[in-house]
Design a protein around this ligand. Structure first.
Ligand SMILES: Cc1cc2nc3c(=O)[nH]c(=O)nc-3n(C[C@H](O)[C@H](O)[C@H](O)COP(=O)(O)OP(=O)(O)OC[C@H]3O[C@@H](n4cnc5c(N)ncnc54)[C@H](O)[C@@H]3O)c2cc1C
Ligand code: FES
Length: 482
């Protein structure tokens, strides 16, 4: 489903129709890819961006629009793993990015509802106050400025911390207007299919590059080790009318993480983050139920889900890897991190060893030895094992529902629309996990690394690079036991 930002908008940019050679090829036209082009346009003459879908159709056009250096409860984790100096540097880089993004908006006169706001992270329940206190302790240790939020100050927050001089914007408008101002060629509906030896292959053409930046969040299928370091998290958002028009962006970290941001014409409510190995339908149902209970007097404009990648040690990865540079792992805070990543890419291409570059390096030891590395990979292994062990019988699903089943120990899924059945092979063509049906978006999702497929097996989102085997039949054609 399209987000409220993207609804009814088309960029009209063409797909690639010839072979190309360029100085810099950027794959992915989200915040990261576009900001890289922005940083590099004075350094290189010929920059090309290819995008598998449309500009900002990924997480960048589907997020909550918060531009903030307050990153949930991440500082306590970053501090535990990386220590004081690196945590402070992470904060400083992200905090500077807020003003830098404002600078780009002013420079190019981008109309994206930019406004200065305060950001609050806190909790409602008593048992989460310790977690909030730990985050505040991390702020103190790293000299990160904040104000305490006490009970009754902000509705729904018992205890929390406020960052001043943060901001919010329409991330989709920011991206498409920035794209239109950049000195580079952009091609939409042009997925990278393969990368090797300074050449990217799309479906029909090749692009030879001097430098290549993969700003795709997900990495090409041949780099399997990335999937042991990163894991996608899924979240849900809804746009509701009217907006409360408050100058506050709230994140409540209770049993469920809930986010809120008020824009001019609607307010965004969401969160409900979960790993893709969890049952997305349970989260989606509880999100829908809470919307009705908590906002009975608001009109629901739209709902959507989106994914962002988390690295096992809580810092993004921006580094050279073979003959290209990778950017991933913003852990749901990519609006500022994408700016920091674009500066890091510039450091790499200028061959300057900066502290920022060390922070996001792929060679850091914490990538392999963190506790999260073990738990995330356990989930991937568990899904793989479960997918091999399950055995069930064939059932015809209810209308607009799906069922999964196994034949000769191979998993399949059937979706029913009236008399028609859409059957897909649900063994993920990426690394072989079994796909789960996403009831909200009516598609097949991979619990391991986030690939998504349509009801007829086409790829909606990688890392898988090929679609699913699929067939269709009519129920009336089947010989069913009575
Ligand atoms: C629900 C939700 C709310 C969020 N809210 C916030 C927020 O309020 N503030 C904040 O700072 N962050 C937020 N984030 C995080 C933020 O949206 C992301 O971190 C950020 O948008 C990532 O930008 P990106 O450019 O790296 O990735 P994306 O925007 O996902 O862009 C990657 C692009 O690459 C393209 N692509 C992928 N594979 C290929 C291929 N093979 N060939 C060509 N193109 C390809 C995709 O189509 C996509 O357009 C949120 C995330 C979610 C999920
Ligand atoms: S196994 Fe990796 S995305 Fe499915």
């Amino acid at each position: 489903m399209k987000s409220e930002w993207i609804k009814n908008r088309e960029t009209g940019i063409k797909k690639l129709n010839r072979n190309l050679e360029c100085d810099v090829l950027i794959v992915g036209a989200g915040m990261s890819g576009l900001l890289c082009a922005y940083q590099l346009q004075d350094m290189f003459e010929h920059i090309v961006i290819i995008e598998s879908d449309e500009i900002a159709s990924g997480a960048s056009g589907r997020n909550t629009g918060k531009i903030t250096s307050q990153h949930g409860l991440n500082y306590q984790e970053i501090l535990k793993i990386h220590g004081e100096e690196k945590t402070r540097l992470y904060y400083q880089e992200n905090d500077k990015a807020i003003l830098e993004i404002k600078g780009i908006i002013e420079k190019y006169d981008i109309d994206c509802e930019y406004s200065e706001k305060e950001a609050v992270v806190g909790c409602k329940s008593v048992y989460m106050t310790k977690k909030i206190a730990d985050e505040i302790k991390a702020y103190d240790t790293c000299s990160i400025p904040y104000e305490i939020v006490r009970e009754n100050e902000i509705e729904g927050i018992r205890y929390g911390a406020k960052f001043l001089k943060q901001a919010s914007f329409d991330p989709y408008q920011f991206c498409i207007q920035l794209a239109s101002r950049l000195i580079c060629e952009i091609y939409e509906r042009t997925p990278m299919m393969h990368i090797h030896d300074h050449v990217v292959k799309t479906k029909d053409h090749t692009i030879r590059f001097q430098h290549c930046i993969l700003a795709t969040q997900v990495m090409p299928f041949q780099f399997k080790f990335f999937y042991t370091m990163t894991a996608p998290k899924q979240s849900y958002l809804a746009a509701l009318k009217p907006s409360d028009k408050k100058n506050l962006m709230i994140l409540s970290e209770d049993e469920i993480t809930k986010t809120k941001n008020d824009m001019k014409n609607f307010m965004l409510i969401g969160g409900y983050d979960h790993a893709l190995s969890d049952d997305s339908n349970i989260k989606w149902q509880s999100f829908k139920r809470d919307l009705v209970l908590e906002y009975p007097n608001h009109r629901l404009l739209s709902t959507w889900s989106s994914q962002d990648y988390q690295v096992t040690d809580y810092l993004p990865i921006v580094d050279r890897c073979d003959d290209f540079i990778v950017i991933t792992g913003f852990n749901k805070w990519g609006n500022t991190n994408a700016y920091v990543a674009s500066l890091t890419v510039k450091d790499i291409l200028k061959d300057e060893m900066t502290k920022r570059r060390e922070l996001f390096s792929l060679k850091r030891k914490s990538l392999v030895f963190s506790k999260n590395f073990i738990t995330e990979n356990y989930q991937v292994l568990k899904s793989l094992i479960e997918s091999k062990m399950h055995d069930s019988k064939l059932m015809i699903p209810d209308n607009h529902q799906a069922v999964s089943f196994q034949l000769d120990r191979h998993p399949y899924g059937i979706y029913r629309q009236d008399d028609k059945l859409y059957i897909v092979d649900t063994l993920c063509p990426h690394l072989g996990c079994t796909l789960k049906f996403n009831e909200h978006d009516k598609c097949w999702d991979c619990p391991c690394h986030g690939s998504r497929f349509s009801l007829t097996g086409e790829i909606i989102k990688g890392p898988a690079s090929v679609g699913l085997h699929h067939s269709e039949c009519l129920i009336s054609e089947l010989k069913l036991d009575k």
